[in-house]
Design a protein around this ligand. Sequence first.
Ligand code: MRU
Length: 363
Amino acid sequence: MPARDHRPKGIWRVTDIRAVDWANGPEAGMVLLDQTLLPGEERFVVCATVDSVVDAIERLVVRGAPALGAAGAFGVAVAVGEGERRGWTDVELRTQVQRIRDSRPTAVNLAWGVDRAAARIGAGLDAVIAEGRALADEDRAANRALSRHGADWILDALTERASDGPVRVLTHCNAGALATTGWGTALGVVHELHDRGVLGRVYADETRPLLQGARLTAWELARLGIDHVVQVDSAAASTILGGNVDVAVVGADRIAANGDAANKIGTLGVALACADAGIPFVVAAPTSTVDVATASGADIRIELRDGHEVVSWAGSATAPATTTGFNPAFDVTPARLISAIVTEVGVETPGDGSNTIFRATGP
Ligand code: MRU
């Protein structure tokens, strides 16, 4: 992937972040802000082959469920362009598209974005690119809407509990502009509370083993000028039970029809602590993350990543060479531990998880 600097001139604001985009011209392809290099380096890369798209998704150059949806859609455009250059048959093209679809299993947005763009292959490359752009625009709009719903719900819930003062938030992993096509989901709610002038301190879990909280969430919060601290994941329970936060807000990679929600490993522990402390645990995600075909969390496939990520850091071993790391990338929080699921269409309170709360809509 050749390096290319797409940084906007002037102030590098969170609202300017485009983690995934499409560029036309001589270096046409999917443009990604390489999240493996943050916070040290802001470098954009262009993916012009299916191999580079699959590699970028697997290595988390692009990550976060909604961003993966857009990467899936633009990835199909990359495949169509490469297929035209190489003279692929339709079967060869479909095989390459499937490779992109399969590159990470848990975030439903990836398969959704691939399928949405693949449905436009017959109309040509420009139509596929247009579908990717439309998906990205819709995602940004959904994030803005769900952030308003989330902020409203949290402020109402805290008022009912007679909790006044600035809203102190705990979040896990990164569900901000970097994880989406812009603005963010859980961090979008935080941004909205900040804009309303009611936000207190944010506790960002560092998010072992790849440190999305420390490297990415803190990077965004710093640009927003939000008071924040990064804590090790294992501090979350005592921070919550110690009365230091009013609410936890997290994103999701796949939400089952009954409201069970998969998110970054460690989210379940945050939810359990919130339940014990009696504070709200909120999941914020666009409806593109809801998988009505998955009845409950038991049916969600959890990505098991290379154990090497757990027993090493920056190329150095952090455990004996003979020790194997266990590295599930996500966990499932049961609906009964979730106070509210916030999407762009409103807020659901899932109850005990025994009911279907999300159903297929549309024609
Ligand atoms: O492995 P990652 O970094 O892709 O995991 C991301 C998360 O778990 C996010 O919380 C989730 O995708 C929501 S992003 C708006």
